[in-house]
Design a protein around this ligand. Sequence first.
Ligand code: TRP
Length: 452
Amino acid sequence: MQSPIERESWATRVGFILAASGSAVGLGNIWRFPYMTGEHGGAAFLIIYLVAIILIGYPVMVNEIIVGRKTNRNPIGAFKALAPNTPWWLVGALGVFTGFVILSYYSVVAGWSLAYVYKVVIATTTADVEHADVFVGHITSVWEPIFWHAVFMALTVGIIAGGVVRGIQKWVTVLMPAIIILLVILIIRAVTLPGAGEGLSYYLRPDFGEVTSRTFLAAIAQAFFTLSLGMGAIITYGSYLRGRHEIPGNAASVVGIDTGIAILAGFAIFPAIFALGFSPAAGPGLVFITLPAVFAEMPLGTLFGIMFFVLLSFAALTSAISLLEVVTAWLIDEKGWTRKQSAIVMGIIIFTVGLPATLGYSVLSGVTFPGLGTDLLDTYDWFANSIFLPLGGLLTAIFVGYIWGTKNAIEEGNRNARFIKLGNWWGFLIRYVVPVLIGVIMIMGIYDTFSG
Ligand code: TRP
């Protein structure tokens, strides 16, 4: 087992914020958030999601960073260090497993984005192209999505093999500012399209008539996914912090950046959807169909289109590396593998697990999950985000709240804290609010989903 002394740590104070917000900001903000909001009624979903971020997302983020910095270990090792000889390490193991599942389909969608770097050229320069046809044509072909899925996994493996500072931190420092600049440009274009107002009011005027327990489950699933919580990714990134780095303030920055970018993505997308007469409930294809249509209408659209999909791919990459880093850290810490070895072997396995999700729109298109009625990719997504992540977050909160103790956690969390201090309010959230809300919403939401 590697001692914490030899372990790498973030090279600068902002290194952690950049890496953790790089993990958080990804397909979850720009691809998943808009179509979830579209499927669950617009502004009403947005409000429930924001409440979930405040009551569950922030306290759980703090919780995971504390466990990581305290132990300087991967998620499995962290539980073993805090509660030796108990089965609690299984919560870490659930996290490592969930990371496998998420990355396997995440890479498939990121592969679509890579492919769109040149497909958007076709879609924006050909007169009268049906944007939905371009997208459907892409995902229903067999080899193309597999090829791009492989390319994306190879990039992820390459960065992780480079290490924490020279791989992860180096890349996020370049990619994060670029993502923000481009989003702002896109928003300005979208809100100035004729007909944008209808989209804005859909996004900003809540209608709670459509809200069911499934909406709440979707909102907590989105909160966990977008903040990279519930599977030990943030425990792992927190494990590369030294004691002098502050926790509550850094967590607030990461949550703020991630939420801000998701909201901005909504402003870039909903006005455009309505202005161009699309339905907001288009599901996973939403940004791949509507955004190229927006680009086709704007001057220099091809250029903006290429930039957008390059950046979406980069945002996906800074998230994917955090997913792969969890498994890698575990193999390095606990099994004595080298970094390169674990990145490559796991990359190949995760690529293989993702294959059924890629084929779910072609050869396996008839396969749906009983009761859910979802295709394979959506099925991976539903189980990972509606079940495994909230469950991981719930169990970690119970562990810290009742086993390790919020007193220990608050003491660790407040070490060198300057901007925000943890107190009983945080202990209350972790012991009561987080477990009860997640528990109730999961039970009702799952029951509601399967009972039709
Ligand atoms: N948060 C990322 C996104 O929004 C996805 C992600 C990266 C993730 N690492 C994670 C989700 C760990 C859950 C757990 O795109």
